[in-house]
Design a binder for this molecule. Structure first.
Ligand SMILES: [Zn+2]
Length: 322
């Protein structure tokens, strides 16, 4: 075996999995204001950005050859229904228009996250109702709101909408709404199997979306279930999803592999905030070689079967890959 490992030239020739900047998607958190770059304390190097700063980040991303951006919003105010998610002047809608206008960001695929949790006062991904057994997140009434959010984001210039809520039937509802509103050409990237995970912790600080009560286990998946993940994927594809996104990545690489072997649609994987933060913590302590660990963590996700990877390391990795 060692004959084919003797030089970098031979190793490059027989390398089975490639990692390129164009495979990477860079998440951005948009906030109101101007000139704002507020670092997320649990995610060093990740910022809440006002739109002008986000455009600057996007230019850097494009010049590094990064494939696209995934946009999240921190609205000025929140309410029970999350109306900020479909406000024509919502923070992500404004950001999309600004990015569309900038000539130096037009190669980036602009993906808009579709969910309510960043916009609801209670921090859940759907409408909440109190019942005798406690609170519940209502499925069907939430679908209309998600569809409104998706149409609004597509109308503001998103290339792709990415529902992350895990309500049943939302892909079908969003597809129908997009088709009816003149956005029949906009693809859906569905977070088909999104597991309830401790690794989302730092994101909830970044997106200010921690649930005020309860948790998300009544709609996000149980981490023990692989077969159920395959069913979620089948259903989303039946409802019209064009691509699927797997989340988290590292603790669920077997799920990515199983999805890859089952379906032919493009698959993305999200290296989530906790995966990023634990690596950053180790880097800060000098316990891991930063450059090598970043690339290895991303290559592992690609090798498991993901075509593209959403990662907070997108810029670092793209620089290393130049
Ligand atoms: Zn959500």
């Amino acid at each position: 075996m060692r004959r084919l490992r003797r030089s970098e030239g031979v190793r490059a020739l027989v390398r089975e999995t490639a990692l390129e900047p164009g495979d990477l998607i860079y998440p951005l958190f948009l906030c109101p204001g101007e000139g704002i770059r507020r670092e997320v304390s649990s995610m060093p190097g990740v910022f809440n950005l006002s739109i002008d700063e986000a455009v600057r980040e996007a230019r850097d991303a494009e010049s590094l050859g990064i494939g696209g951006l995934l946009l999240f919003g921190l609205p000025l105010s929140k309410d029970e229904q999350g109306t900020g998610a479909w406000d024509e002047n919502g923070i992500v809608q404004q950001g999309l228009r600004a990015l569309r206008q900038s000539s130096s960001t037009n190669k980036l695929v602009l993906i808009a996250d579709v969910c309510l949790c960043e916009y609801t006062s209670h921090g859940h991904c759907g409408i909440v109702k109190e019942t005798q057994e406690g609170w519940t997140v209502e499925n069907d009434p939430t679908l209309d709101l998600l569809a409104r959010a998706a149409t609004s984001l597509a109308g503001a210039g998103a290339d792709v909408v990415a529902p992350s809520d895990m309500m049943d039937g939302r892909v079908g509802a969003i597809r129908a709404a997009l088709d009816k509103s003149g956005s029949a050409d906009k693809p859906i990237l569905s977070y088909a199997s999104k597991f309830a995970s401790a690794f989302y912790g730092p994101f909830r600080e970044a997106a200010d979306s921690a649930p005020q009560f309860g948790d998300r286990r009544s709609y996000q998946m149980d981490g023990a279930n692989l077969r159920e993940a395959m069913r979620e994927i089948d259903l989303d594809l039946e409802e019209g999803a064009d691509m699927i996104l797997m989340k988290p990545a590292m603790p669920y690489l077997d799920v990515i592999r199983a999805a890859r072997e089952r379906v032919d649609v493009p698959i993305g994987a999200y290296q989530v905030s906790g995966e990023y933060s634990m690596l950053e913590a180790a880097f800060a302590k000098g316990w891991l070689d930063r450059d090598r660990a970043i690339l290895e963590s991303l290559l592992g996700i690609r090798r498991a079967g993901a075509d593209f990877v959403v990662t907070y390391f997108a810029k670092d990795a793209a620089k290393l890959l130049q």
